[in-house]
Design a protein around this ligand. Structure first.
Ligand SMILES: Nc1ncnc2c1ncn2[C@@H]1O[C@H](COP(=O)(O)OP(=O)(O)OP(=O)(O)O)[C@@H](O)[C@H]1O
Length: 362
């Protein structure tokens, strides 16, 4: 198992279409790092460059301390699990899992031991003699993962492995992947997904890719609680964080922002006297909005409500220059539509951004 190091990695397709640039990233042995980002931001490209399936056009990639830019995929010590499973349809589960070891001419006893171990971890013992067509989608994906495990790679790469599964199987297989990682604490894994819940629950660290680069790297909670910029603030979390424009009117350990809509926001992000008058956006997650009778951040007419059972989403008509505001209140509020609601937020949860960047990280 091994560390990975990307230094100034970039990718240009056809010598001119630049997809990624200046990617610097250290991944330690035993981490499960998840790549997320909007469609087309280069997540799969980055994973495929690490796998050796796509040429690295700039910078260096090291695996276990050696530069592997020009090393072919089979010799990089990686195993990749694809969304499409890519199983051999005419081979049994056992033969699918044994295939790479047979090609590598490993002794039969070693192959059997590796398959037994993988089948046990993945609970595939009862399916070893079946063909893929006689398996469910979730079981097929477990075979694909098993095929990776028997190769005992230095690094596992997962490219949206659950996206072909239905919602219930996705949850079950996600939990299996978390258990798999626990059973293999020293293995290094990189995982690409569109699914925020997968990213938040599986990752030791999340890499948010945007605009050809890295918008932020951090633990799931760092990204959720302390986004470095408005992009990450709005990309992580659903519905997205509300941004409201205003001006700093009080500085110190607590910052006061007078919003353009007339409300007042207090934030625990500290500011200095020189910040007085600075134009900023404050950020509040819908789930951090609290109904209040006191000094509100925001008072508005509820336009639409969506009662989801455990929570209700309230959509407010935009006021002044501000974007629409969404609040997520606990419980069911069916009859609140058309009424005026005042909301505030815990200062510890209120973010402040200037020119798109969080003031917390200055
Ligand atoms: N062979 C290629 N030639 C030219 N451009 C390409 C090629 N492959 C991918 N791209 C472009 O590179 C960009 C990144 O693609 P990539 O598949 O890595 O994105 P992604 O983040 O994985 O997207 P998604 O979330 O939609 O799967 C896209 O704009 C895509 O059109």
């Amino acid at each position: 198992m091994a560390d990975l190091k990307l230094t100034d990695v970039g990718k240009k397709y056809g010598g001119k279409i630049e997809v990624l640039k200046n990617i610097n990233l250290d991944i330690k042995q035993g981490e499960l790092v998840v790549f997320v980002g909007p469609s087309g931001c280069g997540k799969s490209t980055l994973l495929r460059m690490i796998a050796g399936l796509e040429q690295i056009t700039d910078g260096t990639l090291e695996i276990g301390g050696s530069v592997v830019n020009d090393i072919p995929p089979a010799q990089r010590g990686i195993a990749m699990v694809f969304q499409s499973y890519a199983l051999y349809p005419h081979m049994t589960v056992r033969d699918n899992m044994a295939f790479a070891m047979k090609i590598a001419k490993k002794p039969q006893a070693e192959i059997d031991a590796a398959i037994d171990k993988a089948a046990k971890i993945l609970q595939l013992e009862d399916y070893l003699d079946r063909l893929p067509k006689a398996l469910s989608g979730g079981q097929r994906q477990r075979v694909a993962i098993g095929r990776a495990i028997v190769r005992d790679p230095q690094v596992y790469l997962f490219d949206e492995p659950l996206s072909n599964l239905d919602a219930a199987l996705r949850v079950a297989t996600r939990i299996e992947i978390a258990q798999l990682k626990e059973a293999m604490p020293d293995s290094t894994m990189i995982y690409v997904t569109h699914d925020q819940v997968e990213a938040m629950t599986l990752a030791s660290r999340i890499v948010v890719l945007a605009n050809k680069g890295i918008a932020q790297v951090g633990t799931p909670l760092e990204l959720y609680e302390r986004p470095e910029n408005e992009f990450v603030a709005q990309f992580i979390g659903s519905p997205a964080m509300n941004l409201m424009s205003g001006e700093i009117v009080g500085t110190g350990a607590q910052t006061t922002v007078k919003l353009d809509t007339g409300g007042t926001a207090i934030s625990a992000v500290p500011t200095q006297a020189a910040d007085m008058g600075l134009r900023v956006n404050i950020g509040v997650r819908p789930e951090d909005m609290i109904q209040t009778d006191g000094d509100p951040l925001f008072t508005g007419m509820v336009n639409i409500t969506e009662a989801l059972g455990e929570v209700t989403l309230l959509y407010f008509t935009p006021v002044g220059d501000n974007e629409p505001v969404i609040a997520k209140l606990p419980g069911i509020h069916r009859d609140i539509r058309g009424s005026s609601v005042s909301l505030t937020a815990d200062p510890a949860k209120v973010q402040i951004f200037h020119n798109g960047q969080s003031l917390y990280y200055r």
